[in-house]
Design a protein around this ligand. Structure first.
Ligand SMILES: Nc1ncnc2c1ncn2[C@@H]1O[C@H](COP(=O)(O)OP(=O)(O)OP(=O)(O)O)[C@@H](O)[C@H]1O
Ligand SMILES: [Mg+2]
Length: 527
């Protein structure tokens, strides 16, 4: 670490005095081949609030993880406080005052606020204090939190705190380690509007104390409310740098986020005529709570027809997950009606819903899609195991299962050492092929695909796309839920925009879509 500046640097002396962080030409390729960053320049001035915007998958978290030392760039340089750095861990970054609050909470729920704040603090003295005197520690944290203007109750149990307070604890954790560059990755996505107001007040206080803050967000409105400067990322590149946010409005910013695109739809050959639309899935006035008991779906209406791909466009976290779980029977709606192929399935158990002819291609493949310890063959038949022809009179036909598995592996090009090897040895793209092979072998009439290509390489992505189109051409109804607008535009016959737990707009004709308007619906500017 700290190799010092060499002559080849593009950073000028003036920038060194002004900028606490300069990142140049950052390239990051994930194992598996996703190019997350394609040469990004990014800088932070001392004492500014800098908003980093961009749609899902633009590369925001990747860039910030590199700055915070939890990922290493493949190319490019990072200069912090005038020194070129090569962080090997978050601890290296912390030594230079850089700290990050991640998209998901990292606090220990059963600990008190004070314990969470000092947890892992390197100084031996603190560890002693923690052991010897909890009261002293609590008092110190109380005073500390008041001094920085973010008061907390040090004795409160972390799991009992509302989201806004937990976030405050995470920020205090960083400040306690004397961080002066704070990175907050989408802190507002889990907050109520009131809590967002509180957070912004706190951030302004920190700025007044000379801290530098990066706020990652999807929402133009938030960026315009608090940013000194804005950087917009799009598909791994800087799409815009805004030095004076006073000169741009929400919809201008939305356009920069989404960018210019052409709605290039794939060949619609074989698509059923639009005149004869038979509904396959109908959702009426649906209300569903999320894990925290907050209404995530609120009054949602949706109609999916046979032989179409209906793309549900939206920023992650706007009720998509809860909608899917409600349809699948994994989450009980508080209100509303779901009808699948003419049968009301509201609140019905998942097995019953699936047996009507519903297939599901999930986003969290490892959690929901497969059993990683089971073999390729077992995973392929797991849903039909006890049924004919694989099982007859309680006898499992191993030979037939193997034949079926070999056929599926061939047809879907699943690269696996062997049909008997556990699925945990497969790459993400091959696991997705396996899931698709299994789901489609059930001859579904309705398919829900949830971020079906997230994290897949180009080849695997194309494969998934071809399969979805093939299904649609066979008359299957496909509900495609994706945060990837390109994917939605490429595959959908119709597009529904989800925002704030409701479908706020439906486009019946994708070819004539106004992308600026679409992005405004997605980002909550229009409703
Ligand atoms: N651990 C990983 N392995 C492989 N690919 C990844 C990994 N993390 C992210 N990616 C991919 O890298 C790209 C950039 O992801 P990143 O998480 O940086 O985006 P983001 O802008 O933070 O998106 P979001 O708004 O959804 O948080 C995406 O295509 C994503 O699928
Ligand atoms: Mg992110």
């Amino acid at each position: 670490m700290g190799a010092g500046l060499t002559m080849q640097t593009r950073v000028s002396g003036r920038e060194l005095l002004r900028d606490v962080v300069v990142m140049e030409g950052i390239v990051k390729v994930y194992p598996g081949g996703t190019v997350a960053l394609r040469g990004v320049d990014f800088s932070l001035r001392y004492g500014e609030i800098h908003c980093l915007l961009g749609e899902n998958g633009a590369g925001k978290t990747t860039l910030m993880k590199i700055l915070a030392g939890s990922l290493r760039p493949d190319l490019g340089r990072v200069v912090v406080k005038g020194e070129e750095v090569r962080f090997r861990s978050p601890a290296d970054a912390a030594k230079l005052g850089i700290g990050m609050v991640h998209q998901h909470f990292s606090l220990i729920p059963s600990f008190t606020v004070a314990e969470n704040i000092v947890l892992g603090y390197p100084e031996e003295g603190v560890r002693q204090k923690l052991k010897l005197d909890i009261e002293v520690l609590a008092e110190e944290i109380r005073r500390f939190s008041e001094d920085v203007g973010l008061p907390v109750n040090p004795n409160a149990l972390t799991r009992e705190l509302p989201a806004g307070m937990k976030q405050r604890v995470e920020i205090l954790r960083l400040l306690y380690r004397r961080a002066d560059v704070l990175i907050l990755d989408e802190p507002t996505s889990i907050l109520t509007p009131l809590e967002v107001g509180e957070l912004f007040k706190a951030l302004r206080k920190l700025k007044a104390q000379g801290k530098t803050i990066v706020l990652v967000t999807h929402k133009p409105r938030e960026a315009l409310a608090i940013a000194d400067r804005i950087t917009v990322l799009r598909r791994g590149r800087v799409a815009a740098r805004i030095e004076d946010p006073g000169e741009i409005d929400e919809s201008g910013l939305a356009e920069l986020i989404v960018g210019e695109r052409v709605a290039t739809s794939v060949s619609k050959v074989g698509n059923l005529a639009r005149g004869v639309r038979r509904p396959a899935l109908t959702v009426k006035d649906l209300y569903v709570l999320d894990d925290r008991g907050v209404e995530a779906v609120k009054g949602l209406d949706l109609e999916l027809y046979e032989g179409e791909i209906l793309g549900v466009a939206g920023v992650v976290g706007n009720g998509q997950r809860e909608l899917v779980e409600a349809i699948l029977g994994l989450r009980r709606p508080v209100k509303g009606r779901i009808t699948l192929l003419g049968v009301e399935v509201t609140g019905k158990p998942v097995g019953e819903v699936i047996s009507l002819g519903l297939a599901y291609i999930p986003e969290e493949r490892l959690l929901r899609g497969v059993s990683t310890e089971l073999s390729v063959a077992e995973n392929l038949v797991v849903k039909q195991y006890g049924k004919e022809p694989f099982c007859r009179r309680y006898l499992i036909n191993v030979k037939l299962i193997k034949e079926f598995a070999r056929g599926a592996v061939r047809e879907y090009n699943i690269v696996a050492p062997d049909i008997n090897s556990p699925v945990k040895f497969l790459s993400g793209g091959n696991i997705q092929r396996l899931i698709i092979a299994r789901e489609l072998s059930l001859n579904p009439r309705v398919v829900i695909a949830e971020q079906p290509t997230a994290g897949l390489d180009v080849k695997a992505t194309n494969f998934v796309h071809e399969k979805l189109i093939e299904l649609r051409n066979r008359g299957v109804a496909v509900l495609l839920i994706s945060a990837d607008l390109d994917e939605i535009l490429k595959l959908s016959d119709r597009i529904a925009v989800i925002s704030g737990g409701r479908i706020v707009k439906v486009y019946d004709c994708v070819e004539a879509i106004d992308l600026r308007e679409l992005s405004e619906y997605m980002l909550g500017i229009r409703r």
